[in-house]
Design a binder for this molecule. Structure first.
Ligand code: C5P
Length: 221
């Protein structure tokens, strides 16, 4: 199987409060995007395409390895992945879409996703259980219902797909009013079942400054 990795790195990182786009923020002295590319490669991905913010295209190209393809992303994550998917070579049979914001994803998670694709899944996501009590609230923040947590899962990346399935699903989703927060939801909207493999707490997403501080502690050990 030939697998292309797509790294969505075109976000601004406003919630992190950094001057730089989030994917260029250093962790252990290396930009987040470089960690994400490395874990895809270490997990078995053959080539990588990274979607970046247009104004910083040169800055990304300067820090990424020469054999990584850099494309300009879009206003939403979906638009960024769509741009990278268009640039991914057609000879690939599998696509793994990963967030630059998950720099410490262990290569074993990537390998589990690839193995599920090899075993025949058309779409697969790494997931973790929900450990907190989970509730619904109304507009005033008052609890209106308990949500049974046993069947709930938190979805991580990289998310793996049969390439043709993902391309077709993105084609169908074009112009849809729905805002998709990940690629599995694009594929599910096209009626394709999405399988799961075990995720990993270390693949946590860096969103706010506290997340980055925790990641720094992990790489300093
Ligand atoms: O904003 P959020 O943390 O959910 O973004 C998840 C990933 O999607 C990040 O790695 C971010 O760089 C990427 N993204 C993107 N294009 C956008 C918005 C977010 O590639 N327009």
């Amino acid at each position: 199987m030939h697998a292309v990795g797509i790294v969505a790195a075109a976000g601004s990182g406003l919630r992190l409060g950094a001057e730089l786009p989030k994917a260029l923020v250093p962790l252990g002295g290396r930009p987040l995007v470089c960690w994400a590319v490395q874990s895809l490669r270490d997990g078995g991905v053959d080539e990588v395409v990274v979607a970046v913010p247009g104004p910083q295209q040169a800055a990304f190209a300067a820090v990424l390895p020469d054999d990584v393809q850099v494309v300009v992303g879009g206003d939403t994550r979906t638009a960024s992945v769509r741009a990278a998917l268009a640039a991914a070579r057609e000879h690939a049979d599998a696509v793994l879409v990963h967030d630059a914001a998950r720099p410490l994803t262990p290569p074993e998670v990537v390998a589990r996703v690839l193995a599920a694709l090899v075993a025949g899944a058309a779409a697969v996501v790494p997931v973790l259980p929900v450990v907190d009590t989970t509730v619904l609230v109304d507009a005033e923040g008052v609890v209106t219902a308990d949500v049974p947590r046993a069947p709930l899962r938190r979805v991580q990346t990289p998310q793996g797909f049969d390439r043709a399935t993902l391309v077709a699903a993105y084609g169908r989703a074009h112009g849809a009013a729905t805002e998709f927060t990940d690629d599995a939801s694009v594929v599910r909207a096209a009626g394709i079942p999405v399988h799961t493999v075990a995720g990993d707490e270390r693949a946590a997403k860096i969103t706010v400054a506290h997340d980055l501080a925790l990641a720094e502690l992990q790489v300093a050990r």
